[in-house]
Design a protein around this ligand. Structure first.
Ligand SMILES: [Zn+2]
Length: 88
């Protein structure tokens, strides 16, 4: 399943309609799936899968450049190659 980067994730999940208690959650989230499928070219039908496939289950921001580390266990910043001091 394709992962989404931060911009894609924001774009996709931003399609969620405003909270409307009269509308079933499934329908509120339908545009999220539609956008996800547009971005990835998939036919995903489970919106939970979209939320679980955000690429950034990221680490903390880089101490040097402030970009989020690619993973919580990254030893190097993917953007500026600054070593992560606190890597266990
Ligand atoms: Zn960095």
């Amino acid at each position: 399943m394709p992962m989404l980067d931060d911009d894609e994730f924001r774009s996709v999940t931003g399609k969620r309609l405003l909270k409307d208690t009269k509308m079933p959650l499934r329908e509120q989230l339908a545009p999220v799936l539609k956008e996800y499928n547009r971005v990835t070219g998939r036919c995903e039908t489970n919106v939970n899968a979209v939320y679980h496939h955000r690429l950034s289950m990221y680490g903390p921001p880089c101490a040097k450049c402030g970009k989020p580390l690619r993973t919580p266990r990254a030893k190097l910043c993917g953007s500026c190659m600054h070593p992560v001091e606190s890597a266990a």
